[in-house]
Design a protein around this ligand. Structure first.
Ligand SMILES: Nc1ncnc2c1ncn2[C@@H]1O[C@H](COP(=O)(O)OP(=O)(O)OP(=O)(O)O)[C@@H](O)[C@H]1O
Ligand SMILES: [Mg+2]
Length: 292
């Protein structure tokens, strides 16, 4: 048997200590960055204008103005209790379901005040995925078909639903794992698969804006990577607003990042700028991990 030796090591004598250069701190982008995202000149899909949200008269969001641009990911970051979920839930009027919650200011979708839209129509266009995967206790097929059926006036047949179910499962990156048994109970899927099923359910109604409140915080790193890849894919066709406590994730997936603190919007900037050269001292402290 031939003996294998380790490769030879060549020792070089130096007359001074070499300088070790840090590897690039640039985040890894899995897909090429569209320059329009960096310029930030895409059309505004939603506009949040001087939004104040109160619970029983106590403000949780204090006059936030933000754009949600077409085909980009807006990441909302900030310490616990600073109003991220409240802001997100107000975008499709879910806060209206909380007794005592009120809001002032204006939220527009394509220039139209969201209060002027029928709420079902708004929630079809602006759909939401939550922190804990929450599939319905029914089959994989029915979970997605349910969302499609809700949008139809008459109950469509299974054969008519199939293409839409397949398309949503494909976009959510779950099709290959479940195609052979769509009748399997959704609750038997893994956590990461359940979350992708919830994303498929949200996509089935063909939304224009996808809201995600810490969608990966209950998931393992591998499922998190799959979902991050999916978010990057989704932004080619819609706008995504994601709340995350994971700063590396905000930097990886966000085109723009908004940093909130105690209900105020402290800074809104392109992701790279916010993490490498923030304008506000408070942002600098937060992104450097001084508090959280
Ligand atoms: N249903 C509610 N009733 C009363 N107060 C609420 C309600 N929901 C949230 N709040 C308050 O509003 C503020 C903002 O809460 P919110 O859930 O929006 O914060 P968050 O930034 O999403 O926090 P986390 O990172 O912990 O999820 C907090 O002070 C919270 O106690
Ligand atoms: Mg929250």
């Amino acid at each position: 048997m031939p003996t294998t030796f380790p490769p030879p090591v060549r020792r070089i004598t130096l007359d001074r200590t070499p300088t070790v250069v840090d590897p690039s701190v640039e985040p890894i982008r899995h897909t090429p960055v569209d320059r329009a995202h960096e310029r930030g000149d895409q059309r505004e899909r939603m506009t949040i204008d001087d939004l104040v949200v109160k619970y029983a008269g106590k403000p949780a969001v204090k006059g936030v103005t933000l754009p949600i641009r077409d085909q980009e990911v807006l990441a909302l970051i900030g310490p616990s209790g600073c109003g991220k979920s409240t802001l997100l839930r107000t975008l499709n009027r879910l806060t209206e379901l909380t007794p005592g919650a009120t809001y002032e200011g204006r939220i527009a979708l394509d220039g139209q005040d969201v209060r002027a839209l029928p709420v079902t129509q708004l929630r079809r266009k602006v759909s939401m995925v939550f922190q804990q995967p929450n599939p319905f206790p029914m089959s994989i097929f029915d979970n997605v078909a349910y969302a499609v059926k809700e949008q139809s006036k008459r109950a469509p047949k299974k054969s008519a639903l199939m293409p839409k179910v397949e398309s949503a499962l494909r976009r959510a990156g779950l099709w290959d794992e479940v195609a052979s048994d769509l009748d399997r109970p959704a609750l038997r899927l893994s956590g990461g698969q359940q979350q992708r099923l919830c994303i498929a359910r949200a996509l089935a109604v063909e939304p224009e804006v996808m809201l995600m409140d810490e969608p990966c915080s209950a998931l393992d790193p591998k499922s998190t990577m799959v979902i991050e890849e999916l978010i990057r894919e989704l932004r080619k066709s819609l706008s995504v607003v994601i709340v995350t406590h994971n700063l590396a994730q905000a930097r990886r997936v966000g085109d723009h990042v908004a940093f909130m603190y105690l209900g105020d919007l402290v800074e809104y900037a392109p992701a790279e700028q916010l993490f490498t050269d923030p304008r506000a001292e408070r942002t600098r402290e937060y992104v450097s991990g001084s508090f959280g």
